[in-house]
Design a protein around this ligand. Structure first.
Ligand SMILES: Cc1cc2nc3c(=O)[nH]c(=O)nc-3n(C[C@H](O)[C@H](O)[C@H](O)COP(=O)(O)O)c2cc1C
Length: 195
C-alpha cells in the first residue's frame, strides 16, 4: 500500500483546509492510504510510517510556524538518520499574496532536506496564473478553484512519485500516464495578454 502523511499546523483553519485538499489529491492515486495529522497530535511514528510526506504551515514571519519547527527539533530529533529518502513537499497559507508563503515553503523544504527527505516542486499550472513550483500556496483560506486545485495536484503528485519510486508502479508516472498537465499557454484566451 502506498502511504502518504499530510502533516500540518493551523491556528485559524486555513492550512487545515489546504491539508484536506492535499489529502484529497493523494487519495486520487489508487491503493494509497492517506493519514492527515495536526502537528499537535502527530507522532514521530506517523513520519516513520509514511512513504511520502506533505508538510503544511501557516506563514509566520515568512517562515514555518514555531510549532512545526518544534516538531522537527524535538519530536523528530531521535529519528534523525532514520527517515532519509522519503519523498516530501510543502504547502503554506499567508495573510496575503506576497506575504512570504513561498519562503515559508522553502523553509519547510530546508528542514526536510536536513532530515534527508527528497523534496520536490511541481511544474504544472492549476489556473491561468497559478502554479506550485515550490509547493502549494494560498492567501488566507484556499477559496479560489485554482488554489484548491493546486493543493490537490500537490497531493496527487506526491502519491504518484511514491507509487513510482517506492513501489515501482510505472503506471503512476505523471509524465506518461496520460493525465493532461496544464501549462500557461492552456489558459491564454486573449493573445494580447500573453506577455
Ligand atoms: C505570528 C504570526 C505571524 C504571521 N506572519 C505572516 C507573514 O509573515 N506573512 C503573511 O502574509 N501573513 C502572516 N501571518 C498570517 C497567517 O499566515 C495567515 O493568517 C494564515 O492564513 C493563517 O493560517 P491558519 O489559518 O492555518 O493558521 C502571520 C500570522 C501570525 C499569527
Amino acid at each position: 500500500m502506498n502511504k502518504v502523511l499530510v502533516l500540518y499546523d493551523s491556528r485559524s483553519g486555513n492550512v487545515a483546509k489546504m491539508a484536506a485538499l492535499v489529502a484529497e489529491g493523494a487519495g486520487q492515486v489508487p491503493e494509497t492510504e492517506v493519514r492527515v495529522r495536526h502537528v499537535d497530535e502527530a507522532t514521530a511514528e506517523d513520519v516513520v510510517w509514511c512513504d511520502g510526506l506533505a508538510v503544511g504551515s501557516p506563514t509566520n514571519m515568512g517562515i514555518l510556524s514555531w510549532k512545526m519547527k518544534r516538531f522537527w527539533d524535538e519530536t523528530m530529533a531521535d529519528k534523525w538518520l532514520e527517515v532519509d529518502g522519503k519523498i516530501a513537499c510543502a504547502f503554506s497559507s499567508a495573510g496575503g499574496w506576497g506575504g512570504g508563503m513561498e519562503m515559508a515553503c522553502q523553509s519547510i523544504l530546508t528542514v526536510l532536506m536536513n532530515f534527508g527527505f527528497l523534496v520536490f516542486g511541481v511544474t504544472d499550472y492549476s489556473g491561468r496564473k497559478m502554479t506550485l513550483h515550490y509547493g502549494a500556496v494560498a492567501s488566507k483560506e484556499p477559496r479560489e478553484e485554482e488554489t484548491q486545485e493546486a493543493c490537490r495536484i500537490l497531493g496527487r503528485r506526491l502519491a504518484e512519485w511514491t507509487a513510482l519510486y517506492v513501489h515501482g508502479r510505472k503506471d503512476q508516472n505523471p509524465l506518461t500516464k496520460g493525465v493532461k498537465r496544464l501549462c500557461p499557454g492552456d489558459f491564454v484566451e486573449d493573445k494580447t495578454q500573453q506577455a
